[in-house]
Design a protein around this ligand. Structure first.
Ligand code: MRU
Length: 356
């Protein structure tokens, strides 16, 4: 997708380096950063320079490539894989990507190991692009249907950033929006600010602006009144991990939007590639929910009048705060899942029909 009219992907490999867009600096500064070691990849995931379930999976895959470039020692490779998996606990794509890489590399000690790892990491990225594109084509039908009935701009509410910046290209929740826009369907997106890291305001709004899609940032608590007033036609969000039973783990605040949508009879869709399905965990209670540093709540970042990015304290220094990064939306509140293979019920039956 585009930034200042130029096409970008979120991650690529060049001159023995992994190139990423440092998302902690967006929307104020566009900086491409080099990751040269597996430690760089781990830190980049931890610090959220890269974030979003599919993108952290891809970064972890390239992290394995960097580990091989650093050393041909198998113990180092295993330790690197563990470090990458543990860098963020909730998004299942991380484990999915590492398991896939390690399976591909198991038993290979030859000089070919680097070539095989690099080719697999690239394949993971290419696959994600195709998955996201197909999510868009399936989701487009839903938007088209609403537009054909309404004949007015379709108002879509989204939470967090499940855009192309969270994937390799297209995004999950945004892919149907981009496809609808390309088809000439008028769209307006309500962008949840998404405290505390403000992925909606800083990233979703930014990428929609760059693609010239109308959008309005709202405080996280505004969705309810907008739904109540008939100003939302549908909600689409992404997910960090969806269980086989259809329960959806996503950025904290998703659950409250789903409840409001249910109460107002507004369809609530979750867009995801199959790499985000956790087929093993049986109960959402067993999903590890990331608890991040309280500083993310008590300090806020922005531009000062000289154009420098600064952080300021916004709470009483003595106050305690807790920063859970994700929540669970039970399957019963999810209208449908939009996957690369089609649209299905948020249930084991629904998912198994698509993914045999
Ligand atoms: O903490 P983040 O920014 O990594 O959280 C991202 C989300 O919650 C996204 O909605 C999710 O990963 C879906 S990405 C296509």
């Amino acid at each position: 997708m585009k930034i200042e009219g130029k096409d970008y992907k979120t991650i690529w490999f060049e001159n023995d380096c992994v190139k990423i867009i440092d998302q902690t600096k967006l929307p104020h500064k566009f900086i491409i950063k080099d990751l040269k070691t597996v430690k760089d990849a781990i830190n980049s995931i931890k610090l959220m320079e890269v974030r979003g379930a599919p993108l952290i999976g891809a970064t972890a895959a390239y992290g394995i490539v960097l580990a091989i470039l650093e050393s041909n020692d198998q113990t180092f490779l295993k330790k690197s894989a563990e470090g990458l998996i543990n860098s963020r606990p909730t998004a299942i794509n991380l484990k999915w990507a590492i398991d896939r890489m390690m399976k591909k590399l198991s038993g290979i000690n030859s000089d070919k190991i680097l070539e095989i790892a690099l080719s697999e990491a690239k394949k993971i990225c290419e696959e994600d692009i195709n998955f996201c594109k197909n999510i868009g084509l399936h989701g487009l039908k839903i938007i088209e249907e609403i537009y054909n009935k309404k004949k007015k701009p379709v108002n879509i509410l989204t939470h967090c950033n499940a855009g192309w910046l969270a994937t390799i290209n297209w995004g999950t929740a945004t892919s149907p929006i981009y496809h609808a826009h390309k088809k000439g369907i008028p769209i307006h997106v309500w962008v949840d600010e998404t405290r505390p890291r403000n992925q909606g305001a800083n990233l979703t709004s930014y990428e929609l602006n760059e693609e010239e899609i109308k959008n309005t940032i709202i405080a996280d608590n505004t969705g309810g009144i907008l739904m109540n007033r008939g100003e939302v036609d549908m909600c689409i969000v992404g997910t960090d991990r969806t269980l086989a039973n259809g329960d959806v783990c996503n950025k904290v605040g998703t659950y409250l939007k789903a409840l409001a949508a249910k109460d107002n009879n507004i369809p609530f869709y979750v867009a995801l590639p199959s790499s985000t399905i956790d087929w093993e965990t049986k109960s959402s209670k067993d999903i590890p929910i990331e608890k991040r540093n309280s500083d993310e709540l008590s300090k806020i970042e922005g531009l000062d009048e000289n154009g420098n990015i600064i952080k300021v304290q916004i709470y009483p220094k003595k106050s305690k705060s807790v920063n859970l990064a994700f929540d669970i939306t039970p399957a019963k509140y999810v209208t449908k899942l939009i996957t690369e293979k089609g649209i299905c019920e948020a249930s084991e039956n629904g998912l198994k029909k698509l993914f045999k």
